[in-house]
Write a protein that binds this ligand. Structure first.
Ligand code: UN1
Length: 496
């Protein structure tokens, strides 16, 4: 009998009201049953909200520098337990250990950054237009924050939301992705051990369409932060819009790497291998389009195909593995469907293109690193997010055309250009329609202390990370102090 794990609601580890559980298995080896996690419902969410409201009243009164110290202690504990967290994460998510260690490190960085923000959290003090009067703004917490997170960064992405939400004085209800519940339990245990009061953090496991929806629809949760598909995000946005909630949506991408004729080709090759096949292509920042200048196309494709074929697929916990499995059966089927789309569109599969088989692979969701060539702008494999190890190669003849192709998709998260020409580099930085552009580095690998997010259908205008996320998780309040002792009317008595 597999272990049963709990929700964290009302300051205790508890079973779901339904008494039902969901199995969680290793995507590299389906026979490996990790445990059973609560299949929660609306009742569990309602209890979590009541408790989180009590938690909020306590926590908002704790000075921000002290709140920051709890986050610092949490980041310290993550540092101590980095290896254990990484191994647990690889077992349920599949990506290789080097990457899960990086995932934990990103959360540690986010924790330390947020901890020090407790001593800043700046407002503004500006001159008043009237005499003997002060005018200033400062940040106040909002309330119970609903956090809904994806499977691909089981600790890092939640940390981008949970640490800043807590630092700003909010309480949190977290609904993690069904495929990575163990990482969530380990994260919450760390927050509690670091001294976070019991009802300031609630963890409710279950299905997105039930638990996520209940959280979004609950009037006691005024702020929602979501990372996931554009389809789900748009539905959340609709409900949040109707209820006048503050909502941050971080969604899909169709990110391109552009290779100019003056690029360092070996560097560009390493970049696209990492950006396209790292995390098995399951990042919102993954490189899924490779734009090659016509003069370098043939040679670059030859080298790429050779190198992609050398990548070792396998269980991410083996140090020799380069690429782990996809997350689940549905993800595998989606990638397989896109292979038929590619064939129907007349695209050539230069390498990969099918489920990987062989020793150690048959019991997992492995898919061969795939390079599609002859892809034309506008084709579905050029426009739609596949979320797997699939690169669509497009040929261009000048930078202007490359920029046009890059921009002509509905998403706008990250982009990369490889060039040694400073003019191309700066034109790309200003003209590529994305939230992030890398020069001579791949489309993945954003750092925790800079704003993260994209334009168009990738998001709804907010940024995570860096300094901007603290604005998202707090309200601006303005205070005026008039010590003149007389009535002074703004806009009217300004000449007295
Ligand atoms: C995501 O895929 O949702 O920039 C986040 C990166 C990582 C974060 C990715 N630091 O690739």
């Amino acid at each position: 009998m597999a272990d049963r794990f709990s929700n964290r609601v009302g300051g205790e580890w508890v079973a779901p009201a339904s008494g039902e559980y969901i199995e969680n298995r290793n995507p590299a080896r389906q026979t490996d049953l990790i445990g059973m996690w609560p299949e929660s419902g609306r009742e569990d969410v309602a209890r979590a909200v009541e408790s989180a409201q009590r938690g909020f009243e306590k926590w908002r009164a704790t000075p921000a520098p002290q709140r920051g110290m709890v986050l610092k202690d949490a980041a310290d504990l993550m540092t101590e337990r980095k290896e254990d967290l990484a191994r647990a994460m690889t077992r349920e998510m599949g990506k290789v250990l080097e990457e899960t260690r990086g995932d934990v490190q990103e959360a540690i960085d986010t924790g330390y950054y947020a901890a020090t923000e407790g001593r800043r959290l700046f407002g503004h003090t500006v001159p008043s237009e009237l005499r003997d009067k002060w005018a200033m703004s400062f940040r106040r917490p909002i309330g119970v924050s609903g956090v809904i997170t994806p499977f691909n960064f089981p600790i890092a992405v939640p940390s981008w939301k949970i640490f800043p939400a807590l630092l700003c004085g909010n309480s949190v209800i977290w609904k993690p992705a069904e495929d990575v519940p163990h990482s969530a339990n380990l994260f919450v245990e760390i927050l509690l051990e670091a001294g976070l009061p019991g009802d300031v953090i609630q963890l409710v496991h279950g299905r997105g369409e039930v638990v996520g929806a209940a959280l979004v629809e609950h009037s006691g949760v005024p702020v929602i932060s979501f990372t996931g598909s554009t389809e789900t995000g748009s539905r959340i946005g609709e409900v949040a819009g109707r209820m006048n909630k503050r909502v941050s949506l971080e969604m899909g991408g169709k990110n391109a790497q552009i290779v100019m004729p003056d690029a360092d080709m070996e560097l560009a090759l390493e970049g696209v291998l990492w950006g396209g096949f790292g995390t098995t292509g399951q990042r919102c920042t993954a490189t899924s389009r490779l734009l090659l200048h016509e003069s370098v196309h043939d040679e670059f494709v030859d080298r790429l195909v050779e190198r992609a074929g050398q990548l070792r697929l396998g269980d991410g916990s083996a140090e020799a593995t380069d690429v782990g499995p996809l997350i689940n059966q549905a993800a595998l089927e989606k990638v397989q469907r896109y292979m038929s789309v590619a064939r129907d569109e007349g695209v050539e599969v230069a390498c990969g293109g099918q489920r990987a088989s062989g020793s150690g692979l048959d019991d997992g969701f492995f898919f061969e690193p795939t390079v599609l060539i002859g892809v034309k702008p506008g084709m579905r494999v050029e426009q739609e997010e596949i979320f797997g190890p699939v690169l669509s190669v497009i040929v261009f003849s000048d930078l202007e055309e490359a920029v046009r192709v890059n921009n002509d998709v509905e998403y706008g998260l990250s982009s990369a250009i490889y060039t040694s020409d400073v003019r191309s580099a700066f034109s790309a930085i200003s003209d590529l329609d994305n939230g992030i552009t890398y020069v001579n580095a791949p489309t993945i690998g954003a750092e925790a202390h800079l704003p993260f997010g994209g334009v168009k259908q990738t998001g709804n205008g907010h940024r995570e990370g860096g300094w901007e996320v603290f604005e998202f998780f707090s309200e601006t309040k303005v205070a005026y102090l008039d010590y003149s002792g007389r009535l002074q009317r703004a806009q009217i008595d300004t000449h007295s």
